[in-house]
Design a protein around this ligand. Structure first.
Ligand code: ASP
Length: 310
């Protein structure tokens, strides 16, 4: 029988252990569980991998705990510019969006780009016009406001620095979100959504919305969603690199993800992690940071939600 699997992440890096309170840890775990359960339920009801990843990411976007949708980080201009992407491994259709503001669920917009636009990637003003053509309602800035993120921005806003909101140098406790799934027919999909990096400027786009860098899915190899210092993930074409190691070098999912995160990414100087699944339902959650908010649930009874290495 085909194994089906759901994997999610809420960003690599995480809050330095000493700064995490039991209450906060509980809040993260509850939200991760909710997203994991929603995606998994979809799979048990014969939903597609694509629907499962959309639903899981939507729940994480709606939580202020993570740097995506509600709670997205501040740009240098004090705004929120969000990026997201989704990919269907069964036909390699994909949708990516970047530099959008006021959109409650950027992952839904990415999916609409895939399904309804005849294009793969829309950015900024044009993406907003596309959303408007589909009657998206815009949220005002208050919806996205989060006090902690505001303080993170205040600390660096007059500098040229930009930083991961889950940098281990500071109290960084939020992150990009993502999901990958393998459904009961063996189709796989990946989705990623983010507010990017605090104090980013000049229309900075990270890896998350770029197909092949932060997000990729191909039934023949794997579905991958990444999190970490986006510039390195773009230069390493990380999600596609995992796929290539499987396709051309014959590695399995675990070997390929380990090699990319612990060797090839580190050689470039990048930190972060990723989650992956293949069409046999195998899963991987790999990171080279202190932790990564993550969860996995499969039809063979495997289930865990974790934050730190352990
Ligand atoms: N990869 C994201 C970016 O660079 C950040 C993150 O993973 O939190 O935009």
């Amino acid at each position: 029988m085909q194994k089906f699997s759901m994997v999610i992440h809420g960003g690599a890096g995480t809050l330095v252990r000493g700064l995490m309170t039991p209450e906060l840890e509980q809040q993260y775990k509850v939200t991760l569980q909710k997203a994991l359960d929603a995606g998994y339920l979809c799979l048990t009801q014969k939903g597609t991998a694509l629907d499962a990843v959309t639903q899981a990411v939507t729940i994480l976007e709606d939580s202020p705990l993570f740097n995506a949708g509600k709670g997205a980080v501040f740009t240098a201009d004090g705004t929120h510019e969000m990026d997201a992407a989704i990919m269907d491994g069964s036909n390699r259709k994909a949708g990516g969006v970047s530099l959008v503001s006021g959109i409650k669920n950027p992952i839904v917009l990415a999916r609409d780009i895939m399904d309804k636009s005849q294009h793969v990637f829309l950015a900024g003003e044009g993406a907003m016009r596309f959303a408007d053509s589909l009657n998206y309602k815009l949220e005002d800035a208050n919806y996205f406001y989060d006090e902690h993120r505001y303080q993170q921005w205040q600390n660096i806003k007059d500098s040229d620095n930009f930083e991961l909101d889950h940098s281990i140098k500071k109290e960084g406790k939020f992150g990009t979100v993502g999901a990958v799934a393998c459904d009961a027919t063996g189709n796989i999909a990946a989705a990623t959504s983010t507010g990017g990096m605090t104090n980013k400027k000049w229309g900075r786009v990270g890896d998350s919305p770029l197909i092949g860098s932060g997000t990729y899915a191909h039934n023949k190899t794997c579905a991958i969603s990444c999190t970490g210092s986006g510039e390195y993930f773009i230069r390493g074409v990380v999600a596609y690199d995992v796929s290539c190691l499987i396709e051309y070098k014959g590695l399995n999912l675990q070997e390929a993800t380990d090699q990319v995160v612990h060797e090839r990414l580190i050689d470039l100087g990048g930190d972060g992690g990723l989650i992956g699944v293949d069409s046999a339902g195998n899963t991987a959650m790999v990171f080279n940071t202190e932790g990564m908010y993550r969860g996995v649930k499969t039809s063979q009874g495997e289930e865990e939600i974790k934050i730190y290495k352990e």
